[in-house]
Design a protein around this ligand. Structure first.
Ligand code: TRH
Length: 387
């Protein structure tokens, strides 16, 4: 029996191509899992790079053609894609090109499937005008719809699991939870009283300037960095190898090397820190839902288009902040994304407006959670297309 308010059970095919990094796999997996476990949908997730999915979801066996995890059927999407039954709802994630034979079969299927291009997240205004627009196929009698995640009710919203806010608050209030997290994840526990900062960024971030400011600052900082480019760069800066589980100290700074965490453990890292440096799309959203201040490293784009995305986000995020906090945050994002050598000074300014930032992070998370969630919104949107 369907839960009250749950959408009708439909079959879904989600096609995910990993362009680079982890965001494509992270978003698709999160979305697929929510459809299957919370909305009772019958979901197949086609992924062309199972090794990347395995990094965030370690139970995956990258050598298997098909496997089931959290009620999602995960399938290898290989070049020689074999004919398969067409689902009721077909999602191409981030504009990925579907197999031609699959599209041809979609056109013949009766009733026709709902076909969605799930787009990247942006806070820019134009997104509201394009969200939900149809795009007729140039030859076949098929229509695809653009579906945009976003921060306003005129977009598809964000991926927010049921009960997430409650689980996060309970974790942050439980005095035993954070020490247990360090233990289980093999991370040297940060010193009591140190400001806890998680670090996930691209290679061009001005980390050296930040490391200098932290090491020579007047208060202890614990920087927790999962394995990856940030940890490699930190290791280069301090001139010491930083294997997961290691901790290196420089003045007021302690760098805690962490393993690359499974997706849900990474959420807990964000919940465990006082501020999170995040990047791309998925960690960016999760840090906001962690109700903690963030510094965002946007995915670099042609023509430096990421700076428009940063301004658009801050335009939505910042108005409730006092003017000094707004300008310090904007300057910090700008310096971080431009790779500026004066990032350390901007960090100092950010510390000056700390209480306002922390309080705002909390109310922003609640505001996002009150806005509904993308998985349910998209299921409703597709149901209307299938009627
Ligand atoms: O990895 P990213 O840089 O992904 C990017 C963006 O999605 C970008 O928009 C896209 O165009 C590009 O990929 C191709 O950053 P993002 O989006 O934050 O994704 C990282 C994922 O990795 C996220 O789901 C969280 C997860 N993660 C872990 O599971 N464990 C970890 O230890 C870390 C650091 C991240």
């Amino acid at each position: 029996m369907r839960a009250p308010g749950a959408p009708m059970k439909r079959s879904w095919d989600i096609f995910c191509s990993v362009v680079d990094n982890y965001g494509d796999a992270g978003v698709c997996w999160r979305f697929a899992r929510q459809l299957a476990t919370e909305l009772g949908q019958d979901v197949r997730l086609w992924v062309d790079d199972l090794a990347t999915l395995q990094r965030i979801l370690p139970v995956i066996d990258p050598d298997r053609e098909a496997q089931c995890v959290s009620a999602v059927e995960i399938r290898r999407w290989s070049k020689d894609f074999a004919a398969t039954e067409i689902a009721d709802i077909v999602i191409e994630a981030f504009g990925v090109r579907l197999p031609e034979a699959y599209v041809a079969a979609m056109a013949k299927r009766r009733p026709q499937p709902a076909w969605i291009n799930l787009e990247y997240l942006s806070a820019e205004h134009w997104v509201e005008g394009c969200h939900g627009l149809p795009s007729p196929h140039p030859v076949l009698p098929l229509t695809k719809y653009f579906y945009f995640p976003g921060f306003t009710p005129a977009t598809g919203g964000l991926l927010i699991e049921d009960g997430l806010m409650h689980a996060r608050a309970a974790y942050q209030e439980d005095v035993a939870a954070i020490p247990a997290f360090w233990r289980v994840q093999n991370i040297v526990p940060p010193d009591d009283g140190a400001l806890r900062v998680s670090m996930f960024c691209y290679g061009h971030a001005p980390l050296a300037s930040l490391v200098h400011a932290w090491a020579t600052g007047d208060a202890p900082v614990a920087c927790i960095a999962p394995e990856g480019v940030a940890l490699a760069e930190l290791s280069r800066i301090v001139g010491e190898p930083l294997a997961p589980g290691a901790c290196v100290r420089r003045g007021q700074l302690a760098i805690h090397a962490a393993p690359f965490l499974a997706l849900d453990a990474y959420d807990r890292l964000l919940w465990s820190c006082d501020i999170n440096f995040v990047r791309g799309e998925d960690s960016f959203v999760r840090s906001q839902l962690a109700a903690r201040p963030l510094v965002w490293h946007a995915y670099p784009q042609e023509g430096a288009a990421e700076f428009q995305k940063i301004s658009a986000f801050l335009e939505r995020y910042s108005p409730a902040l006092e003017p000094a906090a707004q300008s310090s945050l904007a300057a910090c994002f700008e310096a971080w994304n431009r790779g500026s050598g004066d990032m350390g000074e901007h960090w100092g300014a950010l510390r000056g407006v700390w209480p306002a930032l922390s309080e705002h992070a909390h109310s922003w998370a609640l505001q996002l959670a009150a806005g509904g969630n993308l998985a349910r919104n998209l299921a409703d949107f597709c149901e209307n297309r299938l009627k």
